[in-house]
Design a protein around this ligand. Structure first.
Ligand SMILES: [Zn+2]
Length: 448
């Protein structure tokens, strides 16, 4: 059976991930993501109303025109998890394919939200829920399986396409976490089995984000302990404390909520995306928030909540807000500019349970936001966080578990691939033979 991979997006950047695997006449698409930095760089771009080709030209969504080079039928579109760089282009591209969108429950809910917000295209692909551990028949001879992985959002999976020539493992976005918060540890046992069974692993497509960092990525429980310690150190402070993190990182938000209660403060979630992700997780029963937890997304209700905080005393509350990257329109940035009823005073504390995404736009915006807060006397608690991506030893462990015949580095640019390429070469792989360093818009024929 012919096996061919199309590297459509996310092979020159972190963002707009999209890869297609053709096995004989059947094609499965993994991820359809957005490159958010290409959107944010333009002021006031509303992607909801934009046409796909304009977004492709902006570099915001994958240029899927290479799909016409693949001879076969798309059988499934499979987003691996709910981050926008993996699902953000579904509303712009999925309607071009006559195939269902297959995803884990939480991811599928977020995809629904994306489709509902779309104003240009009517996306009416079937939505199929599949849990990790489950499989789906693809064509006559292939099978799609979801393996549970741990990442900075719940319900992440690595999809595996089992073909008669061996398995294709799409390994994007995970860390090996044996002690996560809110969900099960990564299913390494299953990866080891997949490496050994049948024809073994034909190809492993891997996320190289942190390949240049030594050692292994700590568990989410490490970030949780760090956060607990930092917040307990603030227990006696009788002024304002504000926290921010990735809205989509429901495990982290739930730790913040819990520790707020521990230090005698009422947590409140503020900001549109904070309300969206946490609200979705709560409705699905994926997180156990206190019954009286306030979540406010709309400007007016947010301002009302802030007024209540100011009236009843800042020392009684922990606002958990958007804006960890200094995004100009996010809540923390607005607080820094004095645009909300919340007054930041000398000695007040701001917890960034996040790391600045190392990208010039983010770094600049975050610097500005932090300076605005410091000018009002805020104390900054930075980087109370662990990454959701594998480091060098995690990558080594995955190679050992899967023993893939071919490897395709992804989720980075050429510079970002380099440390991963060194690691793979040290394990006997060779660029141009079985280690395929590539860019967007290419096809790689693995079996002819
Ligand atoms: Zn991700």
């Amino acid at each position: 059976m012919e096996i061919e991979i199309a590297t459509i997006g996310g092979y020159e950047e972190v963002g707009r991930q999209m890869t297609a695997v053709r096995a004989g006449d059947d094609i499965v698409i993994f991820d359809m993501g957005l490159n958010l930095s290409q959107v944010l760089i333009h002021d006031n771009v509303e992607t909801e109303k934009m046409h796909s080709l304009d977004l492709i030209d902006m570099g915001a969504i994958p240029d899927d025109r290479v799909m016409s080079d693949l001879e076969g039928d798309v059988q499934a579109i499979v987003p691996t998890h709910g981050h926008l760089d993996h699902i953000g282009a579904i509303s712009k591209l999925a309607h071009r394919y006559d195939a269902p969108i297959v995803a884990s429950p939480f991811t599928l809910e977020l995809v629904k939200g994306q489709i509902e917000g779309e104003q240009k295209f009517g996306v009416d692909n079937d939505l199929v829920e599949m849990e990790s551990g489950e499989t789906m028949q693809i064509g006559e001879e292939c099978e799609l399986e979801f393996v549970h992985v741990t990442h900075s959002i719940i319900d992440a999976i690595n999809p595996v396409l089992h073909t008669p020539e061996g398995s294709v493992v799409y390994g994007l976005d995970k860390r090996i976490d044996h002690d996560p918060v809110l969900e099960d540890p990564i299913d390494m046992e299953r990866f080891r089995e997949i490496g050994r069974e049948g024809e073994g692993v034909l190809c492993y497509i891997e996320d190289c984000t942190n390949a240049g960092r030594k050692g292994r990525t700590p568990s989410e429980s490490v970030a949780r302990r760090h956060l607990k310690d930092a917040m307990q150190s603030m227990e006696d402070y009788d002024g304002g404390i504000v926290a921010t993190t990735f809205s989509s990182h429901v495990s982290r938000v739930s730790s913040l909520v819990e520790f707020a209660k521990d230090i005698g403060r009422e947590p409140i979630l503020l900001g549109r995306s904070m309300e969206q992700y946490s609200g979705t997780a709560e409705r699905m029963g994926r997180v156990n928030f206190p019954d009286d937890l306030g979540m406010f997304g709309h400007r007016k209700s947010v301002d009302r909540a802030f007024k209540r905080v100011m009236n009843e005393g800042k020392e009684n509350f922990l606002p958990i807000v958007t804006g960890h990257q200094g995004e100009p329109r996010a809540m923390l940035t607005r607080m820094g500019r004095g645009e909300t009823p919340y007054d930041i005073e000398n000695g007040d504390k701001v917890i960034f349970s996040a790391r600045v995404i190392p990208e010039p736009t983010n770094e600049g915006q975050r610097y500005q936001s932090e300076q605005l807060l410091r000018m009002q006397g805020a104390r900054i608690y930075d980087d109370i966080h662990v990454s959701g991506h594998l480091r060098e030893e995690g990558h080594y462990e995955m190679m050992q578990a899967l023993q893939p015949q071919h490897i395709i580095p992804a989720h980075q640019d050429m510079k970002g691939f380099a440390p991963y390429v060194s690691l793979a070469e040290s394990q006997g792989y060779k660029v141009g033979r079985d280690l395929h360093v590539t860019s967007n818009g290419n096809t790689i024929q693995l079996v002819e």
